[in-house]
Design a protein. Structure first.
Length: 304
């Protein structure tokens, strides 16, 4: 089995087209077709259904996809493992992170890698807690930042920091006119929350259950950016940690008040894929993330 065949397999899976893959690989369509046919022959399964509209993965192709990604990634990491011996750390580091923390943290990592390790290339993916765990487990990510500690078999992890949860509304809305909001007030507030039950949503639902409060979740959305747009333009509120909304609050698009009585804190974890020996580049980026701390006033810059 040739790595080139696996690379072409991934390209066809991504483009859904033998001809587009040939263009990207600067080769001919017949070469791509021959390579895929040879790979299918070696594996003894059909990887694509060929149609007039292109190519779609079969069940076997879908099963091969993450494994092929991992194999190719490991082959590219060999130079990264040796880079420290050449005196210049290099290589690709794949980070998976939940959207609520991605920009402040990635901003800091980008600045440090540019200044200290310009040969390190970052690949960043946003996803839910479940997706980040899956990517760490199957080798598609080297480092994860997420709101719960993955199982030890998936990743080595430790807590980074915790932040208070905030009630977030459009600017000027009544629920966030005070700096703090008692948790019991959520019983009378219409909410839009993430479809995925992770992080802050789990904390809020657990506390509501303990208090016998029925949350008024009028809308569920699986996209943080869209949740913020809905909140900014209407009467629905949401619950988030400060990193997820600080830019919009600073621009005056959203307002935020800290939830109290009790205060709920969202804990973030740094995880490293357990089955992968980290390259020097992964070690350096992991250390950067480990040192990252939110600004001292995050969570305090709410409504006056």
């Amino acid at each position: 089995m040739e790595f080139r065949d696996l690379k072409l397999f991934l390209d066809v899976a991504a483009t859904g087209s033998f001809s587009r893959t040939a263009t990207l690989a600067m080769t001919t369509q017949s070469t791509v077709s021959k390579s895929i046919t040879q790979l299918e022959s070696e594996l003894g399964v059909r990887l694509f259904e060929r149609t007039g509209r292109g190519a779609t993965l079969t069940a076997a192709g879908l099963e091969l996809l993450p494994r092929a990604e991992t194999l190719l990634a490991d082959s590219l990491r060999i130079k990264g493992w040796m880079s420290e011996h050449r005196g210049r750390v290099s290589g690709t580091v794949r980070i998976a992170i939940q959207p609520g923390l991605s920009w402040p943290l990635i901003e800091a990592v980008l600045a440090e890698t540019s200044a200290r390790f310009p040969d390190i290339q970052l690949q960043v993916s946003e996803g839910t807690t479940h997706q980040v765990e899956e990517w760490l487990g199957d080798g598609r990510s080297d480092i994860g930042v997420l709101s719960r500690a993955p199982a030890a078999a998936i990743a080595d992890s430790h807590a980074l920091f915790s932040l208070p949860l905030l009630l977030v509304s459009r600017t000027g809305a009544a629920p966030t006119r005070a700096a703090t909001v008692p948790f019991s007030d959520l019983a009378d507030i219409d909410l839009v929350l993430s479809t995925a039950r992770n992080g802050g949503r789990v904390l809020v639902e657990e506390e509501a259950s303990r208090r016998g409060i029925a949350l008024r979740v009028g809308l569920e959305i699986n996209a943080l950016g869209l949740i913020k747009r809905v909140v900014a333009s209407g009467e629905l509120c949401t619950v988030a940690a400060w990193p997820a909304v600080y830019l919009e609050v600073a621009r005056g698009e959203l307002a935020a008040s800290r939830l109290v009585e009790p205060e709920l804190r969202h804990t973030y974890y740094l995880a490293t894929a357990a089955r992968r020996h980290p390259t020097p580049a992964v070690d350096r980026v992991r250390d950067m993330i480990r040192r990252f701390r939110p600004a001292a006033d995050w969570g305090a810059q709410c409504a006056d």
